[in-house]
Design a protein around this ligand. Structure first.
Ligand SMILES: Nc1nc(=O)c2c([nH]1)NC[C@@H]1CN(c3ccc(C(=O)N[C@@H](CCC(=O)O)C(=O)O)cc3)CN21
Ligand SMILES: CC(C)C(=O)C(=O)O
Ligand SMILES: [Mg+2]
Length: 270
């Protein structure tokens, strides 16, 4: 049974999929140790780690670099990697881009938008595929709620069904009404992974910087489970104080020259 089959079985049993982003080896290791089912290396690495103004600046090289780091930190994890903006414009380009992410260590590739023909091309090339509809950061400048009218909701349901028909393994539902996400989850063979899409999805995903409060802002869809940003600032401030006041380093952080070597050394200098 493939890993994707195992996750499909979890959907059938009603077992939730716990998905979380990671961009580096130690974070990936901690997530595996804490029992995360799937690690997502999102193009959100751009705004959350690399200091870019937008997800659109993220390159395939960036993604490969961070996927490889996560793979080194979590050798056995199931990793979903984002295809960056404008790297899946044609079936051929999508296959080439996916091959790069798979070579870096991704088990599954994700892309944004209702493009069933891209799903087919990637499935034919042997990739597990995760789609992503609703709020698409790569394609929508304004970050706002999606599927808020009956017509928009019907459109997103139709998109999800077409992607399912094409063979997707997972689909991220971002910032859509809970009733629509529930309906899509019921209708699909693929597992739905929600973010700001209610509790009825097959799984949930968050950005690790958000749940640990290491980022710069709060989101309505997030819950803060830790205060890592505050802890980091506190630790750095204490270090700075200790260095300035001569309290760090202490004896135990260094070592001495042996007495005879010290004597010879000082004699040699005189
Ligand atoms: N740190 C981080 N967290 C994320 O959840 C995330 C990223 N980055 N980058 C990629 C996408 C973009 N996402 C976003 C970005 C902005 C909002 C946002 O502005 N939300 C509003 C509420 C919008 C509404 O309800 O209409 C908010 O106030 O939180 C939501 C999801 C989710 N993803
Ligand atoms: C928010 C998730 C789904 C994502 O696409 C990312 O982290 O880039
Ligand atoms: Mg993304």
């Amino acid at each position: 049974m493939s890993r994707a089959d195992e996750f499909r079985l979890m959907k059938a049993r009603g077992e939730k999929l716990v998905v979380l982003t990671a961009y580096d080896a130690p974070t990936a290791r901690a997530e595996v140790e804490a029992g995360v089912d799937i690690i997502m290396v999102g193009d959100s690495v751009g705004t959350n780690v690399l200091g870019y103004a937008s997800e659109r600046e993220v390159t395939l090289a960036d993604m490969a670099h961070h996927i490889a780091a996560v793979r080194r930190g979590a050798p056995g994890a199931y990793i979903i990697g984002d295809l960056p903006f404008a790297t899946y414009e044609t079936a051929g380009e999508a296959r080439e881009s996916a091959a790069r992410l798979a070579a870096a260590g991704a088990d599954c590739v994700k892309f944004e938008g209702a493009r069933p023909q891209i799903v087919r091309a990637l499935k034919d090339a042997g990739h597990d595929v995760c789609c992503h509809i609703g709020l698409e950061s790569q394609h929508q400048a304004g970050k706002r709620r999606q599927g808020q009218t009956a017509a928009a909701a019907a459109r997103l349901l139709a998109d999800a069904l077409a992607l399912d028909e094409a063979g997707q393994d997972f689909i991220v539902l971002e910032l859509i009404p809970r009733e629509l996400a529930a309906r899509i989850t019921q209708a699909l063979r693929a597992s739905t992974i929600g973010i700001g899409a209610g509790a009825q999805c097959d799984g949930q995903v968050l950005v690790v910087h958000d749940l640990a409060a290491l980022g710069t802002r709060d989101f309505k869809h997030n819950r803060r489970y830790g205060e890592i940003g505050a802890a980091l600032r506190g630790a750095v401030a204490a270090y700075a104080r200790d260095v300035r006041e001569g309290r760090f380093p202490a004896e135990e952080h260094g070592f001495s020259l042996a007495p005879d070597e010290l004597a010879a050394f000082e004699k040699g200098l005189s």
